[in-house]
Structure formats: structure tokens, C-alpha cells
Design a protein around this ligand. Structure first.
Ligand code: SF4
Length: 567
């Protein structure tokens, strides 16, 4: 079982600094922690063992008995601060500076005459601190709670750990239901939360199940787990390695691991180590000869799969699709429909190609190479593209967006592929697939539609393997090329990719922006994906050439490969 850790996870600097302050206190018995320093049972137990007194977050009415009171990273209101100081308590303040920023924003809005809307969880200790100094406010936990407010000016701020997609949906509802009001939004979600959410989004696309580590009462950990579940992943929220159960991971080839902002690095590492033990045990049970192994969904080594393995992969993938909630009552709002209409028409059309010319070229190549299964694998790949076209088409029809039959960019792509040999066809396709990965990520987050979200998640999962399938073939096609030819082709591909990237940005900017992509983020994400694909291609090609020198005939059809593997 392969384990993919989210690029960013675990302890944020706010909680880390608060823990460091607690660590440095010499006489804990003199200190009461005013709430939970972190929503992590293990940590709280350790603090209690050291002698700290603790007040429950839900019951902080009584003045603590100790002379010193420690304010947690979640912060408290000015009123509460005043109450404790008036009782003669010395405060040890570890309020996170990013929480302070939210307090300041809320007070500024109030001073400027806005009715303050706090997007967050009612009763959460951070939210309590924010609203404690406000006179006119509402706490909005979800889109459902939005209503028409009796105020001419509405100021919106958010709890620091609020997911971006929920904020977008709530903001839209506030705007729709309060067209009379002047609305001022201040994005107060903290950067560590945004980084963790972005890392999670990218991890979720690559895995079949997820483990989320963090306290059961940690709001941000729960939100991470909810996000994975909403994307159709079996998700396990655990406090530590002892909570893991082997049976959860039967048949899972690729697992994602992430953690909330109050989870210690050593807890994450302990969970990771336990997962590796579980994975190693299940692999021992499942081991079968290489050519008959079930294709893992995330190829990870630099050895290209055989066509037979790819065929198996596509076949298996077709039986493991995410459920699409077609009956969900949520519909696109008019602004959402306007935003995505032309763009989704173009991408849906792009998925409909019959691939006749591609298949002809592939058949010639397969005959030359003796790779009988390649055309069959390619047909499966095209079938997946058609499934994307079908499901997007069904969604569009249900939303009253007509399908289109012609488009200039798509026409250029098709003509280019018709005029080309196999290497060029695949290079063009790789370009399109990589940019599609970025586009569908944006489309997924651009609207509040649950159906479109699920469709895009499925497409994104498929696209990971599509890119890999095509770059492996490029590696096979280019093995043995001299360096001039190879680097020339690579340079042309870079130029073509850069040009196409710009065209996609200018043609699909509204969707990309609504999905959270600035031009800078779009540019960086697209290049990162492209460079990753090229690295895989280069590595596969180099390894194939090295292997072929050692074993002439390597990298040909499956049966031959098996001989070499066995010997
Ligand atoms: S989650 Fe953000 S705001 Fe909260 S403590 Fe951590 S860094 Fe600060």
C-alpha cells in the first residue's frame, strides 16, 4: 500500500508557539489554562500531568483559583480579558496573531457601521472570542442559515479555519438574499489553514482512502475528514496509531494521510509507521506474479506498466467509480451558470473525440513493436474520456446548458492530432490532459453544485492515470533517440505547452478565477504538473534504456517482460 502524505499538515505555528510557552512555564501549578490549549486529548493529559489546572471550553464562567491564567491560541474577547484582569489575574497570552487579526477586522467593521456576519461554528471558542466584543452580529455556520438581514451594510469575516469552498457558497447566498445591502468581505481564514486545505485537495485526487489524524473534538480535523468524505473517499478520523484497524485498508492501494492543526508531528509519524506495517502485511498476503498483479491505481515506480497492466487498470477503474449524486436537489445559481456555461461546453466537447486517427497510428505502432495489448488499452482510455463527455453532458442538460458541436480551440487540437505521428499526438494529448487537471480542479470549486463537484472529482482521479499512461508511452517511443532529437522534441513541447496554457487562461479565466486560481497560481500549478509529467517521462525513458542495454528486448510486450523479470 502506497501512503501519500499531504504536503502540509499537522501543528500550525499558532498552536506550536502556545505549546512552547506552556513548556517554558516553570511552575505550572500556578497556572490555569483558560480552555484547551490544543484539541488533542494526549496533549491535554500531558499538561495536566505537569500540574496545569484547566477550565473546560464550554464552562469558563468561574474565575480560576490560580494567580496566573493562560489564554490559548484561540483568543478571548476584550470583555473576558477585562473580567479576568479585574479579578487580579496575571494573564499569559498566547493568542495567535492571526486570531487577533480577526478580532481587529470585526471591530473595524462594527466601527464603520457594518452589521457583522461571522462565518464559523456557533459556540466554538474562537468564535466566542470574536463576537464577545460585538453589539450587532450573526454567526453563520452554513449556506442554509443565510437570510435577508435587516441592515444596509453587511461586513463578513470568517473563523480562521473555515473551508474556502463553504465561504464562497455562503458569500454568494448573502449577496443573493441581500441585494439591497452594501457588502464588505474580509478574508480572515489563516494562511496555515489555506495551505493545509490546498495540500488536502491535491492529495485527495491521488488516493483511494484517507486517514485524518487529530482530536475527536478538533474542528479543523473534522473539517478535513468531512472534505475527504464529501469527495467519496472512505475516511478514518483517528487520534493515534492505536485507533487504526487493519480491515479498513483491505484492497486499498493508495492511501492519503493528513492531520489537523493541533496534531503533534510524533503522533503523525506513529500513525504513518503503523500504516506502513498494515500495508506491508496486506502486500505479503496479496503477492502474485508481476504480470498478473492487479494494477495499482497510482503507478509510482519509474518502470512503465505493460499494455496488459494498463488494460487491467482501466477495466478495474471502470468498476470503481465514485457515486454521482444525480438526485441532489442543489442547482447552479444564475451567476454560476453564466460563469461556467461557455467553458464547460468547450471542455465537454474536448472529451468527445472518437480517436480514430490516434487508434490507426497506435495500431501501426503496436504491430511494429509486437505490443498486441496497446490498442486495447488505448480503447479503454478513450472509453474513459467518453464517459467524462457523457457525464458532463448529462449534467449540462440537467442544468439547461446546451451541448456544442464546434469550437475553435478544440478544432485546432483535432487538426493538429490528425496531421501528426504518434509521438506528436501523444504530446498534444499530454498537454491537454495536464491543463485539464488544473481546469477541473477550478471547475470543481467554482460552484456550489454537489453533482458537478463529484463529477470533477472523478475526472481528476482519472486524469492522474491518463497523464501517466501517455507519458509512459512517450518514454517508450523516445527510447534510443539521440540527444538532439530528444531535447529538440522536449523544447517544442515546452513552447507548445506555454502557448496552450495562455490560450486556456484567456478562454476560461472566469471559471479558473471562480475556482480560486489567480494567473500566478494557475501558471505555477500548470508548470508544476507539466514538469512532473516530464520528469516521469525522462526517468522512465532512462531506466528503460539502461534496462534494455542489460536485457535486450526489455520494454516490449508483457510476456517478454515476464521472462526477464523471472530470470
Ligand atoms: S489555525 Fe491559524 S489562526 Fe488558529 S492558531 Fe493555527 S495559525 Fe493561528
Amino acid at each position: 500500500m502506497k501512503i501519500i502524505r499531504a504536503d502540509v499538515m499537522g501543528l500550525c505555528f499558532g498552536v506550536r508557539d502556545a505549546l512552547a510557552v506552556a513548556e517554558s512555564i516553570e511552575n505550572p501549578r500556578q497556572v490555569t489554562i483558560h480552555g484547551e490549549l490544543a484539541h488533542n486529548g494526549l496533549l491535554l493529559q500531558q499538561l495536566q500531568t505537569r500540574g496545569f489546572a484547566m477550565q473546560s471550553e464550554t464552562d469558563r464562567g468561574e474565575i480560576p483559583a490560580t494567580p496566573q491564567v493562560m489564554i490559548t491560541a484561540h483568543g478571548i474577547s476584550g470583555r473576558e480579558r477585562h473580567r479576568l484582569e479585574s479579578a487580579g489575574k496575571q494573564l499569559i497570552d498566547t493568542t495567535c496573531p492571526l486570531v487577533r487579526r480577526v478580532h481587529d477586522a470585526a471591530l473595524r467593521l462594527q466601527r464603520d457601521g457594518y452589521h457583522v456576519l461571522v462565518l464559523g461554528k456557533p459556540g466554538h471558542v474562537e468564535v466566542q472570542g470574536i463576537i464577545g466584543d460585538l453589539q450587532r452580529y450573526d454567526v453563520i455556520p452554513s449556506q442554509r442559515e443565510v437570510r435577508r438581514f435587516d441592515a444596509d451594510k453587511l461586513g463578513i469575516i470568517c473563523q480562521t479555519t473555515m473551508p474556502e469552498c463553504e465561504i464562497t457558497a455562503i458569500r454568494r447566498s448573502v449577496e443573493e438574499q441581500n441585494p439591497h445591502a452594501e457588502i464588505h468581505f474580509i478574508d480572515t481564514v489563516c494562511q496555515p489553514t489555506k495551505d493545509r486545505q490546498a495540500a488536502l485537495r491535491s492529495m485527495v485526487e491521488q488516493v483511494e482512502a484517507a486517514v485524518v489524524v487529530g482530536g475527536a473534538n478538533s474542528n479543523n480535523t473534522r473539517r478535513l475528514a468531512d472534505y475527504c468524505r464529501e469527495r467519496g473517499l472512505p475516511t478514518y478520523h483517528v487520534g493515534g496509531p492505536d485507533d487504526l484497524q487493519d480491515r479498513w485498508f483491505a484492497g486499498v492501494n493508495c492511501l492519503g494521510l493528513t492531520a489537523g492543526t493541533s496534531t503533534l508531528p510524533e503522533t503523525i509519524d506513529a500513525v504513518h509507521a503503523r500504516l506502513m506495517e498494515i500495508g506491508a502485511a496486506s502486500e505479503r498476503e496479496l503477492r502474485v506474479p508481476a504480470c498478473r498483479q492487479q494494477s495499482p491505481p497510482c503507478p509510482s515506480s519509474s518502470t512503465p506498466w505493460t499494455s496488459a497492466q494498463w488494460y487491467e487498470y482501466f477495466e478495474r477503474n471502470s468498476r470503481n467509480l465514485l457515486p454521482i449524486p444525480w438526485g441532489h436537489p442543489g442547482r447552479l445559481s444564475d451567476p454560476e451558470r453564466r460563469c461556467i456555461r461557455r467553458s464547460i461546453q468547450e471542455f465537454q466537447l474536448g472529451e468527445t473525440g472518437t480517436g480514430r486517427h490516434f487508434l490507426r497510428r497506435a495500431a501501426d505502432y503496436a504491430r511494429r513493436e509486437g505490443d498486441d495489448q496497446y490498442v486495447a488499452a488505448l480503447e479503454m482510455f478513450i472509453r474513459e474520456e467518453h464517459r467524462h463527455a457523457r457525464t458532463l453532458g448529462r449534467f449540462m442538460t440537467s442544468e439547461g446548458i446546451p451541448l456544442t458541436k464546434e469550437n475553435t480551440t478544440d478544432g485546432i487540437f483535432r487538426r493538429l492530432r490528425h496531421a501528426a505521428g504518434l509521438d506528436l499526438i501523444i504530446s498534444v494529448l499530454v498537454t491537454a490532459e495536464i491543463l485539464a487537471k488544473v481546469y477541473y480542479r477550478a471547475l470543481r470549486d467554482a460552484t456550489s453544485s454537489v453533482v458537478l463537484n463529484a463529477l470533477c472529482t472523478q475526472i481528476l482521479r482519472d486524469e492522474v492515470a491518463h497523464v501517466r499512461f501517455q507519458v509512459e508511452r512517450l518514454a517508450l517511443l523516445r527510447r534510443g533517440w539521440n540527444k538532439w532529437r530528444f531535447h529538440g522534441a522536449r523544447l517544442l513541447h515546452y513552447v507548445f505547452f506555454a502557448g496552450t496554457m495562455l490560450v486556456v487562461w484567456f478562454n476560461h479565466r472566469p471559471v479558473l478565477q471562480a475556482g480560486g486560481f489567480s494567473i500566478r497560481r494557475y501558471w505555477r500549478t500548470s508548470w508544476r504538473e507539466f514538469r512532473l509529467a516530464m520528469r516521469i517521462m525522462n526517468k522512465c525513458r532512462r531506466d528503460l534504456e539502461a534496462e534494455e542495454t542489460a536485457n535486450p528486448g526489455y520494454g516490449r510486450p508483457c510476456e517478454q517482460r515476464q521472462e526477464f523479470t523471472v530470470s
